[in-house]
Design a protein around this ligand. Structure first.
Ligand code: WTA
Length: 656
């Protein structure tokens, strides 16, 4: 890996202009000046335990107070030891004894335009009923529940219901295939699944229950399935297996509408979320109760400067960590109103997002650079048609945002009025780690700026030595933080190896970054074999193993190439089994095969055939060479003909 080369490109970029927090915004903000942020941050990293203990008492409601703040036996952390707490009680019950009980918790709009509003009281009732139904299916604390849902309120109800009874959820994004779903179910031994007959996306039905049926042929641990009726007849015939499958409206609606919250230990496992690493198999990231909730709660409040009258819209799907922390847990724990939208941003046209902001007077929008870039491409006429003056803050997450997209977001969507927070974090970190606090820190297009409170970040070389200003290096976190992952499900060795061994003594993020002379962080993207396609993490090896599982393929190597809209596109170099001639038919078959085995989100953008893959003398595939070719940095022939990569490889043997 020659990270230095990749990083050099960005370090020659000129420092961009910066935008100070607007005065009126700063005046009303939770943290309203740079001095206030710096004071808080310094104290938080100097005495993290004192800082976090205070925050935990202030921001969370405990069933039993904790005795000790942190036990750190690297790389294993335990936070808030001795405490008992329930996540759903923090997100719901504590708001139902105040005036917040009648406030909208979820304002929802389906893709076809149907709407629902659930107050905190409504949500507590629905969550309690669902929790009772899960209990009646034999779910016990610690059991794994797999959730495969469209973006409908029941997805959040199901997640909160799991937390209410101490069960762990593992939400699988609805765009994953039945094979990917079965793998995840099997890895964690899921006992129950919660799904829907389908969901709406771009005017068509996503056949979730059909996928579940296929997955369950291969994942025998699942004994019961709850099925929400979302699309009805439009979804075609739904097969309900007697004794296994239950309609939500039969199994949940008749349940008692109160349910005592489970008194979970602070370190009780809360959820599992699968994400891609640098090997073929996705890893189940484990988060636990109190620390995760604290991270999600306090970051929601401070990074988005959440106030009682906000309408907060995070466009992420609940299948991703952003949907966990900033659609569900963070905002609800703060008693905020969230907007939830089921469908595609361009249905029926590219005005949909903006029409929703106008209709519901959304004040905070949190979305991904890919979405922003697609909207730029669709044209300013769409946002310009709508009244977006309710917006007060904009956020970005999931991938690096290029300064041009940042500026467009600020100008066209934010009317040059709203601060823009570029938030860097990961499934593993549980909550936002680097981001401006909007009332305190000047925003710089393309930079995630400063670390969040309690976050001790550094940029180092491979020996763990800090690099100088403006030099590229590895982004690491030096101290444990409450919402950090507690491990990889069933694979302690991999947890230690991936995060705590590559650079001595610190948490290794897998990202490259640099810090400028003002102390702002510039994230440069993954330095491992992880792709970031439209803000979705995919491992090159996962796609390679899918390709080689196809009968035509002898060998495959997958690399990313820059893509104007998606951030990265997927390019596959494939050598075929002896005797097979490359053809468009095989190319289409391979694309379809990857989409079937992983999900449509992993469908290759390009398949290029090669006689053999270029390897170094020690037998490693020369990925840099392939990345150069994929990005068009080497002259190549027509893509439909075989590439003579061996010749190019010979010219590059110095990489060995
Ligand atoms: C990338 C999503 C640049 C990064 C919350 C990280 C970002 C990976 C940013 C985690 C950002 C996330 N700027 N890159 N603001 N946010 N990333 O686990 O490479 O789906 O390691 O979590 O996305 O992706 P994940």
């Amino acid at each position: 890996m020659t990270m230095a080369d990749d990083l050099a490109i960005t370090s020659v970029l000129k420092e961009s202009r910066s935008f100070a927090p607007p005065k009126a915004f700063a005046k009303a903000a939770h943290v309203g000046s740079l001095a206030a942020y710096e004071k808080l941050w310094k104290a938080s990293v100097k005495s993290p335990e004192t800082f976090w203990a205070k925050q935990a008492k202030e921001h969370l409601q405990w069933i039993k107070p904790f005795k000790k703040t942190l036990e750190w036996k690297r790389p294993f952390a335990k936070w808030f030891i001795g405490g008992k707490i329930n996540v759903s009680a923090n997100c719901l019950d504590r708001h139902c004894v105040t005036a917040t009980r009648n406030k909208a918790a979820i304002i929802w709009e389906g893709e076809p335009g149907d709407t629902r509003v659930l107050t905190y009281q409504d949500l507590l009732r629905e969550v309690s009923k669902c929790a009772n139904a899960l209990r009646s299916l034999g779910v016990k604390p610690g059991d794994r529940i797999s959730i495969y849902m469209p973006m409908i309120p029941e997805a959040i109800i199901a997640m909160l219901a799991c937390t209410r009874i101490g069960a762990m959820h593992t939400v699988v994004f609805g765009g994953f295939s039945s094979d990917a779903l079965a793998d995840r179910n099997n890895d964690c031994g899921a006992k129950v699944m919660i799904t829907a007959d389908g969901g709406w996306r771009k005017g068509a039905v996503v056949p979730l229950k059909v996928n579940v049926d296929l997955a369950l042929e291969k994942s025998p641990t699942v004994k019961s399935v709850l099925v929400v009726k979302r699309v009805g007849e439009a979804g075609g015939k739904i097969t309900m297996k007697a004794g296994r499958d239950f309609w939500w409206h039969d199994a949940v609606d008749s349940m008692a509408n109160t349910c005592e919250p489970y008194a979970a230990d602070s370190e009780h496992p809360l959820f599992l979320l699968y994400t891609s690493g640098s090997t073929g198999k996705p890893k189940g990231i484990v988060h636990t109760t109190a620390g995760y909730l604290l991270g999600a709660t306090i970051s929601s409040k401070l990074v988005f400067d959440l106030k009682a009258d906000d309408v907060f819209w995070c466009t992420a799907d609940v299948g991703w960590v952003t949907g966990h922390s900033y659609v569900a847990y963070g905002p609800l724990s703060n008693g905020a109103t969230i907007l939830m939208y089921e469908g595609a941003p361009n249905f029926p046209d590219w005005g949909r997002l903006w029409s929703l902001i106008e209709k519901y007077r959304v004040s905070i929008l949190y979305t991904a650079p890919t979405a922003i870039r697609s909207c730029i491409r669709a044209g300013d006429q769409w946002p310009n048609k709508y009244d977006l003056t309710s917006l007060k803050l904009l956020g970005s997450v999931g991938e690096p945002i290029n300064p041009a997209a940042w500026m467009w977001y600020r100008k066209v969507i934010g009317g040059n009025r709203c601060p823009v927070v570029d938030t860097w974090w990961q499934t593993e970190t549980g909550s936002i780690m680097i981001s401006p606090l909007p009332g305190a820190v000047s925003q710089v297009p393309g930079s995630a700026t400063k670390p969040f409170l309690g976050v001790d970040a550094e940029i180092v070389d491979k020996n763990g030595k800090p690099v100088g200003k403006n030099s590229g290096g590895f982004l690491v976190i030096k101290k444990p933080w409450p919402s950090m992952l507690r491990g990889i499900w069933g694979d302690e060795a991999r947890y230690k190896e991936q995060y705590w061994s590559q650079i001595p003594g610190v948490y290794f993020t897998g990202d490259g970054a640099r810090r400028d002379k003002a102390g702002n962080y510039w994230i440069m993207g993954r330095i491992d074999d992880v792709l970031n396609v439209s803000g979705h993490r995919l491992s090159t090896m996962e796609i390679e193993s899918s390709l080689v599982s196809h009968e035509c393929v002898a060998e495959a190597a997958v690399v990313g190439r820059p893509d104007e809209v998606k951030g990265e596109g997927i390019v596959c170099f494939v050598s075929l089994q002896g005797g097979l001639a490359p053809s468009d038919k095989i190319r289409d078959q391979l694309k379809a095969h990857v989409a079937k085995t992983i999900g449509a989100l992993a469908r290759p953008d390009e398949i290029r055939f090669a006689e053999a893959l270029p390897k170094t003398r020690s037998g490693k595939i020369m990925r840099r060479l392939l990345r150069d070719i994929a990005a068009g940095r080497q002259s190549t022939q027509d893509t439909s003909t075989l590439e003579d990569l061996a010749v190019l490889a010979n010219l590059r043997q110095e990489e060995d």
